[in-house]
Design a protein around this ligand. Structure first.
Ligand code: ADP
Ligand code: MG
Length: 610
C-alpha cells in the first residue's frame, strides 16, 4: 500500500491555525492594537469600515519594522518578543506567540507599510492568503500602518457566519476598550465609516475610564488601592447606587492584560454585600499586578482566562480592598433599598401660601448643579414614588406614635431642637429620606427624593422651553443597542426627541448612535435615561408630541433625582430646600404627592388636639 500521509501546505496550515486566533473582525483589532502598544506607539488610530468586514486599519507611531522584520513578521512563530521558553515567564508584552500576523495574512488581503526608527525609507508589503504579492520601498512615517481588507475573503463559509454589523461593531468596541483602558499613556482614536467614535487623549486612568465610558463615571468611581506582597490592587469600583441589574461595565486586568474571572467577580460582588440589592452588579475597573511568574497566560489565544498561583489570597485581598474603599468614601452602610415607611407626612393644602423662610445660605453653592447620574431605575425604585397612601388620619396617628415610641419625649425634644445659629443645626436628615429644615415659619419636612424630582422637573422644563433646539454635541457619541421591539419604539419617537434636542441616528438594525443631547441633560447618563424612558413608554404610549415631551422630562427628572438612602450634607439640604421653594409647584411631586409638610403652630395645635 502506498504512503498516504502528507504534510499540509503552509497556506492551508495557516488557515487552520487562523481559525483559532482570528474568529471575527474584533480578533484582528485586538491583535493589531496589542502589536502597536508593544511597539511603543504613543498614538494609535483604528479605522474600521462596515464593522471590520471591509476594512480594519491600524496606524501607529511605534518603532516600526525593518524590511526583513516586516517579511519575517508574517511567518508563523515569528516574534521579536520572546527568545526562549524561559522568557514566557517574564512577559511584559501583550503578544508572544508570533501567530497573529501569520494568521491574519492567511485569511485576508493584507497591506503593511512600515518604517523602522533610524531607517530613511519604509517597506510596503501586499499579502493575500499567505502569499506576498508585492513588496516595494515606500515613503512612510516612522511607525506601522496595517490594513486588513475583506476578512475571510477566501473562506466564504466563515464570512457568512459573521454577525450583523452592530454586533460585530460591538465586539470591536469591546476589544478597543480593553486595550485603551490599560494604556492611558497612549492616545487612541476610533473611526467607523468615517465617523469618529472615540478620541481618547493621554491622561490618568480615571480620565481614561471617563473618556471611554462616559462622563457619568466621574461621579460614580470610588478609588481602590492596596499593596501587598503578592498583589498590588488599584483601580476603581462604581458606587453602590450605580449598580445595575444587567451586565454592567466590569473590567479586570492583570499585568495590563484584560481577563475574565467569575471567582474575582464574586470577591468584588461580595464586598458590596448589603449595599446593593441582590441581582444587581457593581461596575468595576480593577488592575492587579502580580509577579509574572505567578500567573499562566500561555493558554489558548482567544481565551481570556488566566491561572493564578495565589488565587485564594488574592481573592481575600481584593474583597477587603474594595470593602475598605467603600467604607472610606462613606458610601457604605447608608444605603437602604427596602425602605419602610416609618413616618408619614401631612401635605399642605393646595391653596396654602408658602412663605420663604429666612435662612442664610451661600448663594453660590449649589451641589445639584451637577447631579449624580443614576442607573436605570428598577421597578422597585419607580414604585418608591407610590408609597404614603394611607388616609390622613392614620398619618397623624403614625406621626404621633413615632413621637411616642421611638424615644422619650426628652430625647425627642433634643432631637428637634434646632436653635443653633450655624447651618448644621438648621437642617437635619432623618432616616436618610427626609430633610428637616427649621425656619421662622416652623419646621419643614421635605421628602428628599420627591422634592429633588420636582426641582429637576421644573429645571428641565425651563431649559427645554428656553432653548427648544438647544443641543449639546456628545464628544463621545454613545451607542444604544435595543431589542427589535424597543428599537421600533425608539424609531417612532425619534422625530420628537429630535425636536427637543436629541440627535440620534439609527445605526444598523437595532442600534442607535447618540450624537447630541438636550443641553439640560448633559449631566445625565444618557444611555440609562433613554433606556428607562423606553421602558416607560412601553407601559403607556403617549398620544402626541407635547405628551411625549412631557414624558421625557418626567422620566429624566425621576431618574436623576437623589433617591432615599443617600446621605446629604447640610449645604446640600439647604440648597435643595431653597430650590424647592423657588419652584412653581413646590408642594407636589410629579405624581401629585406631597414633597414637604410644614409643622407650624397651626398644624401643631391640631396635632395636640388629637
Ligand atoms: P507577537 O505579537 O506574538 O510577537 P505577531 O504575529 O502579532 O506576534 O507579530 C509578529 C512580530 O511582528 C512582532 O513580534 C513584532 O516584532 C512585529 N510587529 C507586529 N506588529 C508591529 C507593529 N505595529 N510595529 C512594530 N512591529 C510589529
Ligand atoms: Mg501580536
Amino acid at each position: 500500500m502506498a504512503d498516504i500521509i502528507k504534510l499540509l501546505p503552509d497556506s492551508i496550515a495557516n488557515q487552520i491555525a487562523a481559525g483559532e486566533v482570528i474568529q471575527r473582525p474584533a480578533s484582528v483589532v485586538k491583535e493589531l492594537l496589542e502589536n502597536s502598544v508593544d511597539a511603543g506607539a504613543k498614538h494609535i488610530q483604528l479605522i474600521v469600515k462596515d464593522s471590520g468586514k471591509t476594512l480594519i486599519q491600524v496606524v501607529d507611531d511605534g518603532k516600526g519594522m525593518t524590511e526583513t522584520d516586516a517579511r519575517m513578521s508574517l511567518e508563523r512563530h515569528a516574534t521579536s518578543k520572546i527568545r526562549s521558553a524561559e522568557d514566557l515567564f517574564h512577559l511584559s508584552t501583550m503578544g508572544f506567540r508570533g501567530e497573529a500576523l501569520a494568521s491574519i495574512s492567511a485569511v485576508a488581503q493584507f497591506d503593511i507599510k512600515t518604517r523602522a526608527i533610524g531607517s530613511d525609507i519604509g517597506t510596503h508589503l501586499v499579502v493575500e492568503a499567505s502569499t506576498v504579492k508585492e513588496q516595494e520601498i515606500c515613503a512612510t512615517p516612522v511607525g506601522t500602518t496595517m490594513a486588513i481588507k475583506n476578512l475571510f475573503f477566501n473562506l466564504p463559509a466563515r464570512r457568512k457566519f459573521l454577525k450583523s454589523d452592530p454586533v460585530e461593531m460591538r465586539h470591536i468596541i469591546d476589544e478597543f476598550e480593553r486595550v485603551a483602558l490599560v494604556n492611558e499613556h497612549v492616545e487612541f482614536k476610533l473611526y467607523h465609516n468615517d465617523q469618529e467614535l472615540f478620541f481618547l487623549p493621554i491622561g490618568t486612568k480615571r480620565q481614561r475610564i471617563i473618556n471611554v465610558l462616559g462622563k457619568s463615571y466621574n461621579e460614580k468611581l470610588v478609588p481602590v488601592d492596596e499593596s501587598t506582597d503578592i498583589v498590588n490592587i488599584s483601580g476603581f469600583v462604581g458606587k453602590p447606587e450605580s449598580a445595575r441589574k444587567g451586565r454592567g461595565e466590569q473590567f479586570l486586568f492583570v499585568n495590563n492584560r484584560f481577563f475574565r474571572s467569575g471567582y474575582y467577580h464574586s470577591a468584588i460582588q461580595n464586598a458590596f454585600e448589603g449595599l446593593i440589592p441582590s441581582g444587581f452588579h457593581p461596575s468595576y475597573f480593577i488592575y492587579l499586578e502580580v509577579d509574572p511568574e505567578s500567573i499562566d497566560v500561555n493558554i489558548h489565544p482567544t481565551k481570556t482566562e488566566i491561572k493564578f498561583e495565589q488565587e485564594k489570597a488574592i481573592y481575600a485581598f481584593l474583597r477587603s480592598a474594595v470593602k475598605r474603599s467603600l467604607g472610606q468614601y462613606h458610601v457604605a452602610p447608608s444605603l437602604d433599598f427596602d425602605l419602610e415607611t416609618a413616618f408619614d407626612v401631612v401635605p399642605l393644602r393646595k391653596d396654602q401660601e408658602v412663605k420663604m423662610p429666612t435662612i442664610e445660605v451661600d448663594p453660590e453653592y449649589n451641589p445639584f448643579e451637577s447631579t449624580e447620574r443614576k442607573p436605570r431605575q428598577s421597578n422597585s425604585d419607580w414604585a418608591s414614588g407610590q408609597r404614603f397612601q394611607k388616609p390622613m388620619t392614620q398619618n397623624w396617628e403614625s406621626l404621633y406614635e413615632n413621637l411616642n415610641t421611638m424615644a422619650t419625649p426628652d430625647e425627642q425634644i433634643q432631637k428637634l431642637e434646632l436653635s443653633g445659629s450655624d447651618d448644621q443645626t438648621k437642617v437635619r436628615q432623618i432616616g436618610l429620606r427626609y430633610i428637616l429644615v427649621q425656619s421662622e415659619d416652623g419646621i419643614f419636612l421635605l421628602h428628599q427624593y420627591r422634592a429633588h424630582a420636582r426641582i429637576l422637573l421644573e429645571d428641565f422644563e425651563t431649559s427645554l422651553s428656553d432653548h427648544p433646539q438647544g443641543s449639546q454635541q456628545e464628544l463621545f457619541p454613545s451607542t444604544l443597542d435595543l431589542s427589535s421591539q424597543d428599537a421600533a419604539l425608539m424609531a417612532s419617537v425619534m422625530p420628537t426627541l429630535d425636536k427637543i434636542g436629541f440627535q440620534i441616528e439609527l445605526f444598523g438594525q437595532h442600534s442607535f448612535i447618540i450624537r447630541g443631547i438636550p443641553s439640560a441633560c448633559i449631566e445625565l447618563n444618557i444611555e440609562d435615561t433613554l433606556l428607562g424612558f423606553i421602558n416607560d413608554l412601553k407601559e403607556n404610549k403617549p398620544t402626541d408630541d407635547a405628551q411625549l415631551r412631557d414624558r421625557i422630562v418626567r422620566s429624566m427628572a425621576q431618574q436623576t433625582a437623589i433617591k432615599s438612602g443617600r446621605t446629604l450634607k447640610a449645604q446640600e439640604m439647604l440648597a435643595m430646600f431653597r430650590n424647592l421653594m423657588r419652584c412653581k409647584q413646590p408642594q407636589y411631586d410629579l405624581n401629585g404627592k406631597p414633597t414637604f409638610v410644614l409643622l407650624n403652630s397651626g398644624t401643631l395645635d391640631k396635632l395636640f388636639e388629637a
